[in-house]
Design a protein. Structure first.
Length: 257
């Protein structure tokens, strides 16, 4: 690793109010990848080395690295280490459906339990997905999706706070924490807002300590990661990541010719 990369990663991490340290660590490493301070295909420092450089615990680094791998910015090679991805993920767009509808059904209602509805700086991953610059404030909604009294999915949604229709989002954010709406549902119901096209990418990961607590899982339990991108008027607009536990059962994907 170059001296420039060491110097960049060793800068003090400043977190915003309510921002988890793992997200700040994730953003720092992601920025180094996006700006090619950490070049494509290069070997990342170990968890211990990164923790020392960034002055955070190995647990924080481990969760940040998990998020980086989920988002396609890094890849792990067993017995060797973690590497920067050879090519960064494209933001693709094509089909739209709120996740509570996807996980529910005719005889299964999904309750949305709101965990957070705040404004926070966009990470390096979120920013291009919602059409803003990194560190620009976005609306961030975090929810747990509950079916038959059991948490089955963890949902994080992001949209720029500067859209003309953003004012009603503040009011919607104050809705009761249980049986609330997802951010995508609220956006879909705003007058004059037509969303699309969109795309949902599918990958596998593990729950990790923080999200495992919300879902009643072990940190090492496998989860399906659904990353949803939605455009509006041809421009990036909305980005969500949904972790689905195995106990959610099968997923139905609607296809058309």
């Amino acid at each position: 690793m170059t001296d420039n990369a060491v110097k960049f990663l060793s800068r003090p991490i400043a977190t915003q109010p309510g921002q988890p340290l793992r997200v700040a660590a994730y953003s720092r490493i992601a920025e180094a990848i996006r700006t090619k301070i950490l070049p494509p295909g290069s070997l990342l420092p170990t968890e211990t080395e990164l923790g020392t450089m960034m002055d955070v615990s190995r647990t924080v680094i481990r969760e940040a690295l998990m998020l980086l791998e989920e988002d396609g910015l890094t890849r792990a090679r067993r017995g060797v280490g973690r590497f920067v991805a050879d090519s960064l993920p494209r933001i693709g767009i094509e089909h739209i459906r709120p996740f509570d509808q996807l996980l529910g059904g005719p005889d299964q209602d999904i309750q949305v339990k709101r965990v957070a509805a705040i404004k926070q700086p966009a990470s390096e991953f979120v920013a291009p997905g919602v059409g803003v610059e990194p560190a620009q404030d976005v609306w961030f909604w975090e929810s747990v999706l509950i079916r038959d009294g059991e948490p089955v999915a963890h949902l994080q949604e992001n949209v720029s706070q500067e859209i003309p229709e953003a004012a009603p989002l503040a009011e919607a954010a104050e809705a009761p924490t249980l049986s609330a709406s997802t951010l995508l549902e609220v956006l879909s119901e705003l007058p004059g807002v037509t969303l699309g096209p969109g795309e949902c990418e599918i990958s596998l990961s593990t729950a990790g300590p923080s999200r495992a607590k919300l879902l009643g899982l072990r940190p090492s339990d496998p989860v399906l990661v659904l990353t949803q991108y939605v455009r509006r008027n041809g421009s990036p607009f909305y980005l969500a990541k949904c972790l689905v536990a195995a106990k959610a059962g099968h997923l139905s994907v609607i296809q058309s010719s």
